[in-house]
Design a protein around this ligand. Sequence first.
Ligand code: BG6
Ligand code: MG
Length: 217
Amino acid sequence: NKKAFIFDLDGVIVDTAKYHYLAWQKIAGALGIEFTPEHNEELKGVSRVRSLDIILNLGKINATQEDKDRWLVQKNEDYLGYLVHMDENEILPGVLPVLQYLKDQGQAIALGSASKNARPILEKVNIISYFDAIVDGNDVTNAKPDPEVFVQAARLLSIDAEKAIVFEDSVAGIQAANIANMTSIGIGEESILHEAQYLFPDFTHIETDFLDMLIKR
Ligand code: BG6
Ligand code: MG
């Protein structure tokens, strides 16, 4: 009864979603574009390049590739600045016990993230050893809601999609999991993640009984 448990990174394992938002806000602000937390929901799970396009669209701005490249570099430098002091304390509540429980049960664990910064972040917070496979923004060509990142993760674990379970905080990620025929578990608010098959406000609400049910079925 081995299942593949696939975790998104930003906003699921670590609270980096707030740093992505701050870094994008800086770019948007400089361009005079209003960029609210509601707008930001659309960016969650979405690749860096696509995120910029969404922001420029909001401001109806036509930019050259040169400008875009510069803003992309700037955004990432700002973002990395927020990560300098990152350590284990930024792992979201309840995540470690769930990872440990799944590991103890002999389950396969993977990361499925759109971020190109995923590996250094996992190293910073010292949990890279939990993952049997890592698929991130450097490995895929199609961003969520395309299921490529999760499909690749399940494949690396040699586990069928129907036996994969995805933890996600983004609308795009939940859609990707559903498209891939995987079990989708939303971490966040019902008003945003209503397409998720299961929903929890955070990992402290995920009990071992629930994990056992996922493993056994
Ligand atoms: C996702 C985040 O995990 O990764 C997005 O939810 C982010 O907000 C995307 O844009 C790409 O991340 P990075 O680190 O490669 O810019
Ligand atoms: Mg996320």
